[in-house]
Design a protein around this ligand. Structure first.
Ligand code: HEC
Ligand code: HEC
Ligand code: HEC
Ligand code: HEC
Ligand code: HEC
Ligand code: HEC
Ligand code: HEC
Ligand code: HEC
Ligand code: HEC
Ligand code: HEC
Length: 331
């Protein structure tokens, strides 16, 4: 999307020291005239706001902004590469008077005047994580309101820990590397789980880390995403496990899917946490564990008299996630 958009924009400022006020107004006038076709197609309410918004958008004096074309004079390679960047969209803001380079690097007047003095321009690569985050969140806080209290932000992993504005390796989302490689760069410890005999096929590209986690932070532990009704993220894909059922297996709701399944990978079929399924059930359904789950009755009666670990509980209790027909989860 937004491919091949030229890095065009209209300069709001003027050459330093030469009646910037008048020049600025002439530019704005020119911009309004040139923008007539654009404005005509925009929503009617946008029209009168455009020139004012351009002036209000930047706290620095308009004269301090030199515009992307000036930057391109000296940073040709960067500017060329920027033509396909989603951020070129910024140039279209405020009736085509938006700024691109300087939206992130700040007003460049002083930097240019000094012939490219590196100390006079904001370089995110040399800034602290907090400075970078606040710069990016200036525009992206709406989409990522939880970032600052995420474990990533707290560990000083900033936006540029995962995104690269000028040298991204992915066509989508300006990522430094595609998933899961990106995540493994720092979370090598979770990689072995995805190499286990039974695993969610993340390495194979079937699903992504970010399907279950939002690296920008969430209200759940481990930055897990959740469904709109706060159910476990798992049921967005495994919808049939969501219920509601006439006869619920209450643990599904109270303890969550991960009380019986490992989310990443497992040595055991069905991603179960234990190799012996009956052991799993008897963790709760036995007198010994009555303390933690006083309601989980021990199996009794003739059906269980011959019971041994060779017969899986789910041979009979097949609808283990809940049933509309049987209170003991038969078919
Ligand atoms: C007159 C030429 C010139 C123009 C115009 C210019 N730059 Fe630079 N810029 C330079 C030079 C030269 C350097 C390298 C300075 C160094 O490495 O010491 C530089 C370095 C930078 C850096 C890196 C600073 C650092 O800390 O290493 C950034 C970011 C930058 N420019 C952004 C911009 C932006 C944005 C614009 C437009 C607003 C711009 N430049 C316009 C010449 C220019
Ligand atoms: C969305 C924010 C953003 C915009 C817009 C942007 N940059 Fe950058 N720029 C960055 C970040 C972040 C870095 C630090 C390196 C990185 O993470 O890619 C950077 C680094 C640089 C550097 C230093 C390169 C280096 O290797 O340290 C230059 C020069 C530069 N930008 C020029 C520009 C120019 C010219 C434009 C407009 C065509 C521009 N930038 C637009 C965010 C931005
Ligand atoms: C730990 C890695 C990581 C960090 C840190 C991070 N991101 Fe992302 N970001 C991603 C990944 C991965 C995606 C792609 C999500 C997907 O595949 O659905 C993404 C997607 C995005 C998107 C596009 C899609 C969307 O969800 O809106 C934006 C915009 C974005 N990030 C901005 C930011 C900003 C701004 C910051 C800093 C405040 C930031 N990101 C920090 C990994 C990260
Ligand atoms: C002045 C506002 C502004 C600033 C500052 C800004 N962005 Fe953006 N960003 C945008 C706009 C506008 C888009 C294009 C959104 C679209 O296409 O819908 C965008 C797009 C993106 C995307 C691509 C989204 C996608 O779905 O592919 C990422 C990733 C992103 N920005 C990250 C960053 C990072 C990291 C920073 C800080 C270095 C930053 N942005 C700073 C306004 C901004
Ligand atoms: C630049 C390094 C880096 C990258 C890249 C990165 N992370 Fe992280 N991540 C961290 C650090 C540091 C922490 C906080 C310390 C910790 O808990 O391990 C963290 C924490 C987490 C946590 C919370 C762990 C917990 O115990 O609460 C999750 C989940 C997570 N990251 C997932 C991801 C995903 C998914 C990706 C890829 C989209 C990713 N990370 C990319 C460094 C990174
Ligand atoms: C199917 C959903 C799902 C996918 C896909 C997924 N995770 Fe997780 N992840 C979880 C859940 C659920 C937890 C919490 C486990 C717990 O609390 O017992 C978790 C926990 C974590 C943790 C915290 C440490 C730990 O091991 O408990 C990290 C880090 C993490 N995941 C990283 C990743 C990375 C990196 C990827 C991609 C390579 C990924 N996850 C893919 C669901 C998923
Ligand atoms: C993004 C979609 C998605 C999410 C979210 C998701 N899964 Fe899966 N899950 C799949 C797919 C697709 C498969 C089939 C795997 C395959 O064929 O490799 C699968 C397979 C499974 C299996 C094994 C099924 C079998 O027949 O062996 C279990 C168990 C499972 N998921 C549990 C979970 C749990 C628990 C969660 C939440 C932590 C979860 N899933 C989240 C997509 C998802
Ligand atoms: C009380 C333990 C338990 C809980 C909690 C649990 N499961 Fe299961 N799940 C099982 C068992 C046991 C099997 C294997 C059944 C079999 O082999 O017949 C299974 C199988 C599966 C399968 C693969 C076979 C199938 O029926 O499609 C998926 C997918 C699955 N569970 C998803 C989930 C999801 C999603 C959640 C949370 C909403 C969840 N499970 C919660 C015990 C549990
Ligand atoms: C984490 C604890 C836990 C695990 C593991 C667990 N259950 Fe349950 N189970 C419960 C609780 C609590 C109830 C609800 C009892 C009640 O409220 O009457 C229940 C109810 C049941 C019922 C209905 C009994 C009744 O009295 O209506 C059956 C049948 C059942 N579980 C079978 C199983 C099987 C088979 C497994 C293994 C696949 C299993 N459970 C794993 C806690 C657990
Ligand atoms: C051969 C089939 C079969 C197997 C295998 C089986 N059950 Fe049952 N289970 C039943 C039947 C039939 C009932 C219903 C008894 C009734 O209604 O009186 C039942 C009822 C239950 C109940 C409800 C309380 C009760 O005793 O009536 C629980 C809890 C239970 N089973 C757990 C388990 C567990 C845990 C396992 C595995 C260790 C298991 N069952 C294996 C057939 C089986």
């Amino acid at each position: 999307m937004h491919k091949d958009r030229p890095v065009t924009q209209f300069l709001i400022g003027a050459a330093p020291g030469r009646r910037p006020g008048l020049r600025a107004w002439m530019w704005l006038l020119g911009a309004v005239i040139l923008c007539v076709p654009v404005l005509a197609s925009a929503a009617p309410g946008d029209k009168p706001a455009a020139p004012q918004a351009a002036a209000q958008a930047q706290p620095a004096a308009p004269a301090d902004f030199v515009g992307a074309e000036t930057c391109a004079n000296c940073h040709e390679e960067v500017a060329k590469g920027f033509a396909n960047n989603p951020h070129t969209k910024l140039a279209l803001e405020h009736g085509n008077t938006g700024v691109t380079c300087e939206s992130c690097h700040g007003a460049g007047g002083a930097h240019v005047e000094a012939g490219g003095d590196a100390t006079k321009i904001f370089n995110p690569a040399k800034a602290s994580a907090k400075e970078v985050d606040s710069k990016c969140l200036g525009c992206h806080a709406g989409a990522h309101p939880n970032f600052l209290r995420s474990p990533h932000a707290k560990a000083n992993v900033s936006c540029t820990g995962c995104h690269s504005v000028h040298a991204s390796q992915t066509p989508e989302h300006l990522l430094k590397a595609s998933q899961p490689t990106l995540c493994y760069q720092c979370h090598n410890d979770v990689k072995p789980a995805f190499d286990m005999p039974f695993h969610h096929r993340v390495n194979e590209g079937l699903i992504k880390c970010a399907d279950c986690h939002d690296p920008h932070g969430t209200f759940q532990g481990k930055m897990l995403r959740s469904t709109a009704d706060q159910n476990a993220i798992c049921v967005t894909c495994h919808t049939e496990k969501a219920g509601p059922f006439v006869y619920e297996h209450p643990v599904i709701k109270t303890e969550g899917c991960t009380s019986c399944h490992t989310p990443h990978g497992s040595q055991n079929p069905r991603l179960l946490t234990v190799s012996n399924l009956n052991t799993l059930c008897l963790q709760c359904h036995s007198a010994i564990n009555a303390v933690a789950f006083p309601h989980a009755v021990s199996p009794s009666g003739p059906a269980h008299s011959q019971m041994s670990t060779e017969v899986a509980c789910t041979n009979c209790h097949t609808q283990i996630h809940g049933s509309n027909a049987s209170e003991v989860f038969f078919k």
